[in-house]
Structure formats: structure tokens, C-alpha cells
Ligand binder design. Structure first.
Ligand code: NOJ
Length: 584
């Protein structure tokens, strides 16, 4: 989801964030080393990765056929978007059976083979747990809506019609943004924060919670290595259903996130399930403040272990551009506040946002490749666990559909219906979708230059980006200067230098509008990262505090030698360079 988080930081005085020249303290982080901190996670969107049976939809057998590709990337873990049975109202985020595989994706046998194939290649598997809501086609919901006295009734939230109209609640995907849908059979409304086909589960019901914990054990016992907790910050509801102030939907996370019993449920889940396995547990969405995020993943609290916050995603949604200083300040604020405790996921794109190169880089012919490598450099040199979205390693960019019929995402389609119904400006909406629609990252993976990019022999479920003829795996594997070759190099670099995982981060020249300059330091090594986020070439003077005598170039997104003398470096447009330097 792309929401305005509206973070308020005023009460966070105890975090060392008031002085950007100050270095965050390492506090011997490595002593709390964990596999999930050191891993590079590759997010794989199964629907669009590889189709094995010609139905136009990616599937598990397709992924199995590409396991060696995954291995060649050097990544440590794969996060799969939901693969469970689903009528696909929201591409699998509406689960109708948590213990089965979506028909279009294959069978449980395929899943077992996939897991074994990944493990054989020493790649771990993270699954997407969608537990805030189910599908309305889940047996629990079918039972629940059959009568008011059905034993499953309390698995969901209901508002009987005799109480009058329910207190308004905002729905993300509903055409009228109304989160209460009337059900004629039982003369009641049910709650759905997302689409009408995604009724919210009632976490206040212990029976439901235990049933979910059993299901989680089912997958963990199969040997999966982690869970990404979808929208879980919304799971606990204030069931007094009090009225929210006018305009609350603009700060929705503040109202919906971190409900009254959320921490209690997470502690219970940790005790009953998570603590029994050595797994990565990712909080998708992390409340609306740094404190909320800490509370979810502080190691001493025994809840989850990694925060996947939305502040970076909320920057850059205006097609006219964004300020690099905003991006730097957001990364820096989060890093400094997590320096001693807790752990973050680092990412620039996923299936809910556009392609990173179109949003934060420059997807023109001239700069797409350089800017895409620069963004990859940023992700791979920050502290936190990189979550890298499939296709970004090829430099895939937004498809920018012209026609509403090309879109498949319920978020875009329902927002379009709503705009039309209200008589608002459809063209402005369509122009913006080219930039922000989630379908931009969901187009099929580009394997080669053959028809349909080698993704399917059938008709793809969504159109393929026409740039596949040049932006594809086969072409890029042959080219040592390609985005793909660069990705493999920088993943290997990160994995060879613990300083890139655990080292302290320190930002310099934070007000500079074009250059992102920072160092990473541990007891052994020091690394300098310089990223030119502009289309200008110029000479940049590096802060005097940084000792660049004897600097050794580790990676460069341009070919050729980069001159660095007397702390001056000439940088080309969208150039990124990483040096090993001396400790001061
Ligand atoms: C967050 C997921 O990432 C998004 O794709 C989905 O639509 C919502 N949660 C609802 O499950």
C-alpha cells in the first residue's frame, strides 16, 4: 500500500537524530549477528516470473526451472508473494485456503520440490503470511456468513443492522472507500479494510488465533525459513468502533496501525510459534513512528525481528520528481535510530510501488542503466537486510499503460471507477498511474528477446514491457557491463565485507541536492560510498574528515578509472562509486 504515513518525530528525543554529522554507534552489533541480517533477500513475484504450462500465469514449476538463475545471482533468500489458494481479487492477498497452493501456481508437490531445490542451492524461502484478512471464499467466511449463530461467526467483524449504520471505516480498495459491506443473509455488515472480497479476520477471538498459529506451524514444519507478515499492524482492532476525526484517512496508519492488543498477540505468536524456529519475521508496515517500529522488532521484546517501514516508499510519488535530501534524511533518520537495537529491511521497490529506476532514478535511454545500478548500489551498501525486487537486477522500468483495460490491479481499477463516478479528472488520474501504479512492477519477468520475453508460450496475464528485446537476462548475461552483471558483483561484494552488513553508517553533506555521500565503518574496515543522483557531471569535494589517501576502488557503475585526488573526485551523471578507505 502506498499511504501517507505522516510521521511525527517530535517525541523521539531519545533517538540520536538531531545532528546528521554525528555517527551512529555500533555497540558491537556483530555480537548479535543473525543469518537474516546478513542475507540478501530476492523478492519474487510468482505470477510474473516464469510460466511453465502456457496459461499466461507464472507458476511454481516455472520458478523451479529457474533455480539455477536464482543461484547465479548470489542471493541468500527468496521471498515469494502469496502462493496459497485464492480467487485472486488482490493477486493472492485474498486467501481462500491457507494450507493449499493456488491452482494456477501448481500443487503442494511442486511446492515441496521448490523448497528442496532452493535449500539444495543454499537459498532460504520466506513466505507471505496474509493474516489481517482472508478471502470471502475462505470456508471460515462462508460459514460465518451463513448465520449469526454459526461457530465461525466470530472469526470476522460484524455490525448488526439493528444497530443502525456502522461507524465509518475507510477501505483501501473499495470503490466507495467504505470498509463495511452489507450482507443480506444475516442482515449485518462485515468489515474489510481492503477489498469487499478481503474480510478482516477477528484477532480478538482466541480460537481464530490458535487456528492461525497451527497453520503457521504447518508451513514452518515443512522447513520454510521466514514469514513476511502482511499488513499485520492492522490486525488488532478497537472493537468499541469509536468515531475517528474528519480526514483521518489521510493518516490511516495512525488510526489503523498498532491496535490495542497487537503486541499481546505478537508476543503470543512468538511464544507459541516463532520462538520455536530460527526464522526471519518481517513486519510489513511498522506503525507510524520510529517508536512503533522499534516496539515491533526490539530483540528483547520477543515479537518480530525486522521492520519493513514505508517512509521511503512515500517519497517520490509525484511524477515531477522528489528531493534527494528527503530521501537521504529518511534513510539517515531510520538508520541512526536503529543503530543499536532492532533491524531494518532496505528496499526501493516491491509489488506495491513502481519500478525503482522509474521512480528514484531516470528511465530515459541515456540514463536507465546507470541510474538503475546506482540505486542497486544504495540498497547493497546500507545497513539492514536488502530486499531486492525481481527484474530490478535487469534494470526493468515502468510499463506506463495508456489504457485502463491494460491494468489488472484492483487498486488502480477501483480507484478509476471511483474517479469516474465522482466526475473527477480521469486523464490526470491515468497520467499519474503511469508513474505510480502497482502494475508497473508486476509485468512479466524478461528472460530473453523471443516473443513474450520467454515468460510464457501463451497470452500473458498482463502485458509485457516492450523494452524486453534489449532488457532481458540472456542479453545481459553476455554483457559484463550490464545491470545484471553489476548486480551479481555488488551482491558478492556485500557478502565478502561484513562492514557492509553491520558497519556504522555516517552521512556527509546531507543538504547537498545531488550527491549522497556516506561511510560504513567497523573495527576492521571503512568504506566510502558516493552516489551522483543527477544528470550532471562535476567535480565533488569530499568532506575533509574522510581520509581518501590510499583509497581503493571496490566498484564503479561506469567503466574506466575514476580519479580521486586531494579529496576531489570527478563524477559522471548517475555515477556510483564505492571505495575502501583508511580509518582516520
Ligand atoms: C500489502 C500487500 O503488499 C499488498 O499487495 C496487498 O494488496 C495488501 N497488503 C492487502 O493484503
Amino acid at each position: 500500500m502506498r499511504n501517507s504515513i505522516g510521521l511525527t518525530f517530535t517525541c523521539l528525543i531519545f533517538f540520536v537524530i538531531n545532528c546528521f554529522s554525528q555517527q551512529s554507534s555500533n555497540n558491537n552489533k556483530a555480537s548479535r549477528a543473525a543469518w537474516w541480517k546478513e542475507a540478501v533477500v530476492y523478492q519474487l513475484y510468482p505470477r510474473s516470473f516464469k510460466d511453465s504450462d502456457g496459461d499466461g500465469v507464472g507458476d511454481l514449476k516455472g520458478i523451479i526451472s529457474k533455480l539455477d538463475y536464482l543461484k547465479s545471482l548470489g542471493v541468500d533468500a527468496v521471498w515469494l508473494n502469496p502462493i496459497f489458494s485464492s480467487p485472486n481479487d488482490d493477486n493472492g492477498y485474498d486467501i481462500s485456503d491457507y494450507r493449499n497452493i493456488m491452482k494456477e501456481f501448481g500443487t503442494m508437490k511442486d511446492f515441496d520440490e521448490l523448497l528442496a531445490g532452493l535449500h539444495k542451492r543454499k537459498i532460504k524461502l520466506i513466505l507471505d503470511m496474509v493474516l489481517n484478512h482472508s478471502s470471502d471464499e475462505h470456508e471460515w467466511f462462508k460459514q460465518a456468513k451463513s448465520s449469526r449463530t454459526n461457530p465461525y461467526r466470530n472469526y470476522y467483524h460484524w455490525w448488526p443492522e439493528e444497530k443502525g449504520k456502522p461507524t465509518p471505516r475507510y477501505s483501501f480498495f473499495d470503490v466507495n472507500n467504505d470498509a463495511w459491506k452489507y450482507d443480506a443473509t444475516t442482515k449485518s455488515y462485515y468489515l474489510h479494510y481492503f477489498s469487499q472480497k478481503q474480510p478482516d479476520l477477528n484477532w480478538e477471538n482466541e480460537k481464530l488465533r490458535n487456528e492461525v498459529y497451527d497453520m503457521m506451524k504447518f508451513w514452518l514444519d515443512k522447513g520454510i525459513d521466514g514469514l513476511r507478515m502482511d499488513a499485520f499492524q492492522y490486525a488488532s482492532k478497537d472493537t468499541t468502533w469509536k468515531k475517528y476525526p474528519e480526514g483521518y484517512e489521510k493518516e490511516i496508519i495512525k488510526y489503523y496501525g498498532m491496535g490495542p492488543n497487537l503486541h499481546q498477540y505478537l508476543k503470543e505468536m512468538n511464544k507459541t510459534v516463532i520462538s520455536k524456529y530460527n526464522v526471519m519475521t518481517v513486519a510489513e508496515g511498522a506503525g507510524s513512528t520510529l517508536e512503533d517500529a522499534h516496539a515491533l522488532v526490539d530483540e528483547d521484546r520477543h515479537e518480530l525481528n525486522m521492520a519493513y517501514h514505508f517512509e521511503i516508499m512515500d517519497i517520490g510519488n509525484d511524477p515531477r520528481g522528489y528531493k534527494l535530501t528527503d530521501l537521504k534524511k529518511a534513510f539517515t533518520r531510520w538508520d541512526y535510530s536503529f543503530a543499536d537495537k532492532g533491524w531494518l529491511a532496505i528496499f526501493l521497490s516491491n509489488h506495491d510501488v513502481p519500478r525503482m529506476v522509474s521512480k528514484y532514478g531516470n528511465d530515459s535511454l541515456q540514463f536507465r542503466s546507470y541510474s538503475s545500478k546506482l540505486l542497486t548500489t544504495l540498497i547493497m551498501t546500507m545497513r539492514g537486510t536488502p530486499f531486492y525486487f525481481n527484474g530490478d537486477e535487469l534494470g526493468m522500468s515502468n510499463i506506463k499503460f495508456n489504457n485502463i483495460d491494460d491494468y489488472r490491479d484492483i487498486a488502480t481499477i477501483n480507484a478509476y471507477k471511483s474517479i469516474k463516478a465522482k466526475g473527477e479528472d480521469v486523464q490526470t488520474f491515468m497520467d499519474k498511474q503511469k508513474f505510480i501504479s502497482r502494475d508497473n512492477t508486476r509485468t512479466p519477468f524478461q528472460w530473453d528477446a523471443s516473443p513474450n520475453a520467454g515468460f510464457t508460450t501463451g497470452k500473458p496475464w498482463i502485458n509485457i514491457n516492450p523494452n524486453y528485446k534489449t532488457v532481458n537476462v540472456v542479453t545481459e548475461e553476455k554483457n559484463p557491463s550490464s545491470e545484471l552483471s553489476y548486480f551479481k558483483k555488488i551482491v558478492a561484494l556485500r557478502k565478502s565485507m561484513p562492514v557492509l552488513v553491520y558497519g556504522d553508517y555516517k552521512v556527509f553533506d546531507i543538504e547537498n541536492p545531488d550527491i549522497y555521500c556516506y561511510t560504513r565503518t567497523d573495527g576492521k574496515d571503512k568504506v566510502l560510498v558516493l552516489l551522483n543522483f543527477s544528470t550532471k557531471a562535476f567535480t565533488y569535494t569530499i568532506d575533509k574528515q574522510i581520509n581518501t589517501t590510499a583509497a581503493k576502488l571496490l566498484i564503479n557503475n561506469y567503466n574506466g578509472v575514476t580519479a580521486l585526488t586531494n579529496n576531489k573526485i570527478s563524477l559522471k551523471p548517475w555515477q556510483s562509486v564505492v571505495f575502501k578507505i583508511n580509518q582516520p
